[in-house]
Design a protein around this ligand. Structure first.
Ligand code: C2E
Ligand code: CA
Ligand code: CA
Length: 713
């Protein structure tokens, strides 16, 4: 009878004769020892017969599979203790092998019957002979931990192999034990070349001994170092990498056994950073240093100059008539011109000088250590000559000029900001001097600038306090001798009663934009007076109003003034807008459009200061003008200056041929009156008849029907 569950009494026989008792007790003793061993081994043990029925299991098996012995003995290995994931197909072969006396070892997925949980085991099978029959003993070892470790290792190996970071593992002396493919990719050294060598093979000349000392110190004290380091590839090229080194410790002893270096090639990142740096400091169009870098360089130049007691010149260059190129040829051509200018400027200076573009058509040059001032003068002359050479754009030759302002460290200032400001101021002075020349900064410029600042503040205040008043200067028809119209001229009457003429503040108002509200005020006042005079019977009275460039190029000048005119109920035909050629040439096409719109609304148009600017027939033909105003500069020396007389006369003839009316301004003497009568000029305006007067005085002139003394003829 088989008594399951006791392999040590497999046959189950009983012995009771005393002779055997001693032997039996010895046997029992050894049985107990075996049993203890059987139950205390690390492996779970299944004992089963050749049919696969479980005969016995040990305690460890019960523990591992979490079953009671009675249950275990009634279960089957394949059905109850194995995962269905196993490959059962190969078992028969295993079985045969084992039965034929061989041992076998394989991995298996075990299963706990009570909850179905699975775990990895390693199974060792061996046939044993029990008294009277064969059996198979299965040693089952839980390998969960080993499996996890293997998986982790596999994962680590995968990471190691596939990482884009270079990885090297060295021993504590720094000898390389392992490198990954990325290491090879980045450094150029194959694993074979690297392993066994010292990372010194990667060393570049970028760092000194102290750097590496600090690296090792930090590794020794913190088990870690990270930072940017320059290494050298096998081909000799130095490159920056971000390196992270950590120590690996032996778990039991706590001693560092290895160092893992993980690094990232940051060449690309650096290059991008440099590109960004470059872009931040250079002008995209010309490639010259920009404002930021210019300030930097100037700062450095001044620091250097201070130490060595040198002089530094700052040249502020503004191109003359650059806008013409932009307006007539378009921005692409303008860009080409600026690039060409940049090249020419670079050609005029020494290696150590900085040429930069501040924006628009403004360039600056730093001349460190200029020595005697004529160094700066020489370069300024050279720049003007270079810029004056014609530019070929779109098959056409273009001419521009350069206005240059120069300030000197330490004479004019010791700080960068003021030096630049002073050079800028001197540049404006050069513009005032007719452009295409250079000016050194002087103290009086500074005073003038300060005056301008206070004048601007005063102008604003004057606007708020209504200190402006519009005066009127009569215009006399030479045909009838009667007042045919007038020009509105603004006056600034200060609280102390003094009158400031517009020549003093119009340019500044123009620059600051104050001319816009001011111009609107003038236009509004002129319309309101005109309305009154028309109602008083002067139906054909013409009112001339000066329009500044700033106003002309406002968003919707025709619409704006039309609204004012309508509000006052005066006919646009009675309004003559005085404009100058110089403001129209900024954009001839657009100007023509605006002028046409004004004409369509019914306004009359006069070209002011004629003869001083372009006086181009081409423009005259294009612009829908009604009247030419001969500038006072051609009038004042009549009859002494025969040239002026010839010019004035030809303007009258020109106007006649183009069917335009002509007004001569600034007529002060009877000789001048006589002259304009003789050449058959249409109108005159000037002190001879009346200076600009306030509206009350104008009232008197109009109601008295004042007549010009007509001389001669
Ligand atoms: P403009 O348009 O050429 O005006 C004529 C200037 O010549 C006026 O100077 C006038 O007073 C002056 N004038 C007239 N007859 C004689 C004369 O016989 N002899 C002399 N020596 N001068 C004479 P004003 O009023 O000082 O104006 C100067 C400039 O200011 C004007 O030149 C005009 O360009 C500008 N301006 C005046 N009022 C306004 C205005 O309301 N708006 C704008 N945008 N500009 C104005
Ligand atoms: Ca005028
Ligand atoms: Ca004028």
């Amino acid at each position: 009878m088989n008594s399951p569950g006791n392999i040590f009494r497999p046959d189950g026989t009983e012995h009771d004769d005393t002779e055997l008792n001693e032997a039996e007790s010895r046997l029992r003793e050894s049985e107990n020892v075996l049993k203890t061993v059987f139950n205390s081994v690390y492996d779970a043990i299944f004992l089963h017969d050749v049919e696969g029925r479980i005969i016995d299991v040990n305690d460890r098996m019960l523990e591992l599979y979490r079953v009671k012995k009675e249950q275990a003995l009634s279960m089957s290995i394949e059905g109850d203790f194995s995962s269905v994931k196993n490959d059962f197909a190969f078992l028969p072969a295993v079985w045969l092998k084992v039965l034929s006396g061989e041992t076998t070892l394989f991995e298996w997925k075990a299963r706990r019957p009570h909850d179905g949980s699975e775990f990895d085991v390693e199974v060792f099978l061996r046939r044993i002979e029990l008294p009277g029959r064969d059996a198979i003993i299965a040693n089952v070892r839980d390998i969960t931990e080993r499996k996890t470790m293997e998986r982790d290792l596999r994962l680590a190996a995968k990471v190691f192999d596939n990482s884009i970071e270079g990885i090297s593992i060295t021993d504590t002396r720094g000898i390389i034990e392992m490198v990954n493919p990325a290491f090879t990719h980045i450094t150029g050294y194959s694993a074979e070349e690297a392993i066994g060598s010292n990372p010194r093979i990667l060393k570049s000349k970028h760092h000194d001994a102290a750097f590496y000392q600090q690296l090792w110190d930090s590794l020794k004290s913190d088990d870690h170092w990270s930072g940017e380091i320059w290494n050298r590839r096998k081909n000799g090229e130095a490159y920056p990498e971000w390196l992270n080194i950590s120590a690996i410790h032996d778990e039991t002893t706590g001693m560092a056994t290895h160092y893992v270096g993980i690094f990232h090639d940051i060449t690309e990142i650096k290059r991008n950073q440099e590109a960004i740096q470059y872009q931040a400091h250079h002008d995209a169009l010309t490639g010259l240093p920009n404002r930021i870098l210019f300030h930097d360089r100037l700062h450095m130049a001044l620091a250097h100059a201070q130490r060595y007691q040198q002089k530094v010149a700052v040249l502020f260059i503004d191109l003359d008539h650059f806008k013409n190129v932009n307006d007539s040829l378009g921005h692409a051509a303008g860009d080409l011109l600026l690039q060409e200018v940049a090249q020419r400027l670079l050609g005029t200076v020494r290696e150590e000088d900085t040429v930069s573009r501040l924006g628009g058509d403004e360039f600056t040059i730093i001349l460190p250590d200029v020595g005697p001032l004529n160094d700066a003068v020489m370069i300024a002359h050279r720049i003007i000559a270079e810029v004056n050479r014609p530019f070929r754009l779109g098959g056409q030759e273009f001419f521009v000029g350069a206005s240059i302002g120069i300030s000197i460290y330490p004479d004019d200032s010791v700080d960068t900001g003021t030096l630049i400001k002073n050079a800028d101021m001197a540049m404006y002075r050069a513009k005032e001097h007719g452009r295409n020349n250079f000016q050194f900064f002087t103290r009086s410029m500074e005073e003038k600038a300060l005056q301008r600042i206070s004048l601007e503040a005063e102008l604003r205040r004057a606007l708020e306090r209504n200190e402006f008043e519009v005066f009127f200067q009569p215009k006399v028809s030479l045909g009838s001798g009667a007042v045919s119209g007038m020009e509105a001229l603004v006056r600034w009457i200060r609280s102390d009663g003094s009158i400031i003429s517009p020549g003093h503040f119009i340019p500044l108002a123009e620059e600051t934009g104050l001319v816009i509200p001011l111009g609107e005020f003038v236009f509004d006042s002129a319309c309101s007076q005109l309305k009154r005079w028309i109602e008083e019977g002067n139906r054909d009275l013409s009112m001339a109003v000066n329009i500044s460039g700033r106003q002309f190029w406002l968003e919707d000048l025709p619409g704006t003034i039309l609204r004012i005119v309508r509000r006052h109920g005066v006919p646009p035909q009675n309004i003559e807008l005085e404009i100058t050629e110089s403001m129209l040439v900024k954009n001839v096409d657009k100007a023509t459009t605006i002028l046409r719109q004004l004409k369509e609304h019914g306004f009359r148009l006069a070209l002011d200061d004629f003869g001083t600017g372009y006086s181009s027939l081409y423009y005259l033909k294009r612009f829908p003008i009604d009247t030419l105003k001969i500038d006072r500069s051609f009038v004042k020396d009549i009859p002494h200056d025969t040239d002026d007389m010839a010019i004035a006369e030809s303007i009258v003839l020109l106007a006649r041929s183009m069917k335009l009316a002509v007004t001569a301004e600034g007529v002060e003497t009877l000789e001048q009156l006589d002259f304009f009568k003789r050449v058959e000029c249409d109108y005159i305006q000037g002190y001879l008849f009346s200076p600009p007067v306030n509206s009350a005085t104008m009232d008197g002139l109009l109601s008295a029907g004042a007549i010009m003394p007509i001389m001669g003829h």
